[in-house]
Design a protein around this ligand. Structure first.
Ligand code: UGA
Length: 436
């Protein structure tokens, strides 16, 4: 059993805290936001993740997991302090903004007692570990500590599954002592997952290089989808054929409206920025960023073009979250596509099973919000599917045909069965296949 303090209770900190408590450690999660900590202490979760609730309740009840705003009480006894605060992109430079993580390092430094490993879970630019080390040493020259990089590879919506079934655990440590502590913490994964010990700067790079590669993979399949539309091929068949080559792999070959979320856009931009800073230009990543952005505007314009004969007509948008299974709308392609359509002053009604409240904080009153698929689609000229919610796979198409003004669907997640929509006489467009 180890004593762990986790600073930051967001999408990374909270599932990690719950997971580590479930593995038998004593975990204290710290956050500056009193409301959030009060809520967690009342036994209420502050974000939705599949499977999180049950483990959260169980470990709180067992006394293995607790929450506080008091950094001192959490840090002074800890064997490991994990930094899991946000590193949002700076609005101007797009570099990862490190003010929260540096402030946390400065604060925790005062309370370190005995040997402690400070592990950075937040995604931070290469070299940040050195900076965090300097900050802690400056505030507390006598502290006995090491800073390690411990990148996070959890996906939103699958955080608990990914926590217990990681492909790999990467530990970037500069001392044997710190490496031993981390290997001890991750002992339960020995024999199940690959545990890789590397230099701290390599570990920091692995995180960005992985996310940027996955973003490029999505951009690649989206470009192939555009090619297939022009060349009369079918991207689903092409992706299947490519994915059967184990060197390429089946995953992340779903073409769609472009990648989004709080990670890929931020991390590709930060990686490109680092390339410029270190004088090693990352041209593939630069192109991916530009073309992924262009794709979202292109899709918005494509829908507008489809319904141009009735400028006053209604456009129904199904899905606002950046992917299915989450209420997160940060950098969601759906939101950018809606914004592009708003530029053409269209009458837009949106529906999402989970993300409407978050979308409202971005789109405000520029669109109307529906509480059901039916409400969004009633009298609409077109229904545009932008997020791959399971519910949308099972749309009652017969009913939609009756209530829409025009039986027309643009399916940007390739969710519907072509046979079914065509049998019902829908005018249907999808990604990567020209429908005749
Ligand atoms: C991503 C990575 O997958 C995680 O490994 C990583 O830990 C995380 O970022 C992070 O850095 O914290 P996440 O942002 O939750 O996780 O989302 P993904 O499931 O990777 O999807 C990202 C975007 O790519 C979504 O907009 C999704 O719709 C899109 N996507 C994904 C596709 O368009 N096609 C695909 O085949 C896969």
């Amino acid at each position: 059993m180890m004593k762990i303090a986790i600073i930051g209770t967001g999408y990374v900190g909270l599932p990690t805290g719950v997971g580590l408590a479930e593995l038998g450690n004593r975990v204290v999660c710290v956050d500056k936001l009193t409301d959030k900590i009060d809520k967690l202490n009342r036994g209420e979760l502050t974000l939705y993740e599949d499977g999180l609730e049950e483990l959260f309740q169980k470990n709180v009840a067992a006394g293995a997991l607790s929450f506080t705003t008091d950094m001192e009480s959490a840090v002074k006894d800890a064997d490991v302090v994990m930094l899991a605060v946000g590193t949002p992109p700076h609005p101007l430079t797009k570099e990862a903004d490190l003010k929260y993580i540096y402030a946390a390092a400065e604060e925790l430094a005062r309370y370190l007692q005995g040997y402690t490993v400070v592990a950075t879970k937040s995604t931070v630019p290469v070299g940040s570990g050195d900076e965090i080390e300097k900050i802690i040493r400056k505030v507390n020259p006598k502290a006995d500590f090491d800073v390690v990089s411990l990148p996070e590879f959890l996906r939103e919506g699958f955080a608990i599954y990914d926590f217990f079934n990681p492909d790999r655990i990467v530990i970037g440590a500069e001392s044997n002592k710190a490496r031993e502590v981390m290997l001890n913490l991750y002992q339960p994964f020995v024999g199940k997952s690959e545990i890789l010990c590397v230099k701290r700067r390599s570990s920091e790079t692995i995180k960005y290089a992985s996310n940027a590669f996955l973003a490029m993979k999505i951009h690649y399949i989206n470009e192939m989808a555009d090619f297939c539309e022009c060349a009369d091929a079918d991207i689903k068949e092409v992706a299947k054929g490519m994915g059967l080559d184990s060197r390429i792999g089946k995953k992340f070959l779903n073409s769609g409206p472009g990648y989004g979320g709080s990670c890929f856009p931020k991390d590709t931009n930060a990686m490109a920025q680092m390339g410029r800073k270190f004088g090693a230009h990352l041209t593939l990543i630069e192109t991916t960023i530009a073309q992924n952005d262009a794709r979202k505007s292109m899709i918005g314009r494509r829908v507008i073009e489809l319904v141009k004969e009735r400028p006053e007509g209604k456009i129904a948008v199904l899905g606002l979250a950046f992917k299915g299974g989450t209420d997160d709308c940060r950098e969601s392609p759906a939101i950018d596509i809606v914004k592009e359509m708003i530029k053409h002053s269209r009458n837009i009604m949106v529906y999402d099973p989970k993300a409407t409240e978050n979308a409202k904080t971005i789109l405000n009153n520029t669109v109307q919000y529906a509480e059901s698929v039916d409400e969004a689609c009633r009298d609409a000229e077109v229904a545009v599917i932008l997020t791959e919610w399971e519910d949308f796979k099972h749309l009652d198409l017969k009913r939609l045909k009756k209530i829409m003004r025009c039986a027309r669907i643009v399916d940007m997640r390739n969710m519907l069965s072509l046979d079914e929509v065509q049998q019902l006489g829908f005018d249907y467009q999808c990604v990567g296949k020209k429908i005749k």
